[in-house]
Write a protein that binds this ligand. Structure first.
Ligand SMILES: *[C@@H]1O[C@H](CO)[C@@H](O)[C@H](O)[C@H]1NC(C)=O
Ligand SMILES: *[C@@H]1O[C@H](CO)[C@@H](O)[C@H](O)[C@H]1NC(C)=O
Length: 288
């Protein structure tokens, strides 16, 4: 115990100058250490991060297995107050305030990260902002490095990702080759539930044109003359066909031969023989 306590005291002393160091993200709130992070990454990481919120991941070693230092320094969403989660929309312009307290230089970039993929998460779209020389060691810090301005990927790029708080972060990643230090800062973001499917397709309410007040009129009913269509006289099936004098009997139809049907020279017809009744029922005679 004495040894451990002394070691912590020495570490604390050795880290004192660094407590004020590096780049500090002043806004929006970044992921901070908590109990779950302590369990996941171990005491050393917890001490390091609480001692220097701006520090690099190398000083968090050693870590427990399963601690993902390259994803938000191992800090977990479950430790964050919900008020720290930024509700955003695709293509939204955002800002990040940074103090370059100890300039190191080196490349840095800002990106939207899907934290649910693999240990270090996955980039969504391309880099939102890149710097060749971040917090440069010489000269004044450029204005766009103290107030970083960037635009989130569009709706098509984000798709249905980032719908749940904790799934996505805006990450500032800064590596300082001269010092072999890597810095990761994470801002939790969640897409607004009502995010439009596309920013180019603006929903424009339809223009309401005042309609003249018209009273619907019932359709004028025109009285129809009561006319009964003359119906063709259909001869009863069993009635004998009227003959037309001077014309010629050509044939008979009706599915059966007109057995016993005789055409007289004077233009009349008559049914004769044993089948006279059958022929009468089945025959229709065409006259021309
Ligand atoms: C992003 O930043 C990292 C860390 O500094 C760097 O290694 C990488 O080259 C950068 N990429 C771009 C495209 O800026
Ligand atoms: C037509 O001829 C038939 C057969 O010869 C006869 O029975 C009938 O009376 C005649 N009808 C008339 C109107 O002359």
């Amino acid at each position: 115990m004495v040894y451990v306590a002394a070691t912590f005291a020495l570490l604390a002393l050795a880290r004192l100058p660094a407590v004020l160091g590096h780049a500090r993200v002043s806004s929006p709130p970044i992921r901070s250490p908590g109990n779950n992070f302590l369990q996941q990454c171990g005491q050393s990481s917890f001490q390091s991060v609480t001692g220097d919120p701006t520090g690099h991941i190398e000083e968090q070693e050693p870590v427990n297995a399963g601690c993902e230092l390259t994803l938000c320094r191992g800090m977990l969403f479950s430790d964050q107050p919900s008020s720290n989660v930024q509700t955003v929309q695709p293509s939204q312009a955002m800002e990040m305030g940074v103090d370059c307290t100890i300039p190191h230089g080196g490349p840095a970039n800002v990106s939207l990260i899907d934290t649910t993929v693999g240990g270090s998460g996955a980039f969504i779209g391309s880099f939102l902002k890149t710097f060749d020389d971040f917090c440069p060691t010489s000269g004044p810090t450029p204005a766009d490095q103290t107030q970083l301005q960037y635009t989130l990927p569009d709706a098509n790029t984000i798709g249905n990702k980032c719908q749940n708080a904790g799934d996505c972060v805006v990450q500032l990643f800064w590596a300082t080759p001269d010092f072999s230090q890597n810095y990761y800062y994470c801002v939790d973001v969640v897409m607004a539930a009502a995010a439009p499917p596309s920013t180019t397709a603006q929903v424009v309410p339809p223009t309401v044109v005042a309609q003249p007040t018209t009273v619907a009129q019932p359709p004028t009913v025109v009285a129809q003359p009561t006319t009964v269509a003359a119906q063709p006289t259909v001869p009863a099936v069993n009635a004998p066909e009227a003959s037309v004098p001077g014309t010629r009997l050509v044939t008979s139809v009706g599915g059966a031969s007109a057995t016993g049907l005789v055409a007289n020279v004077n233009g009349t017809t008559q049914f004769t023989g044993n089948n006279a009744n059958a022929g009468r029922r089945r025959a229709r005679i065409l006259w021309f």
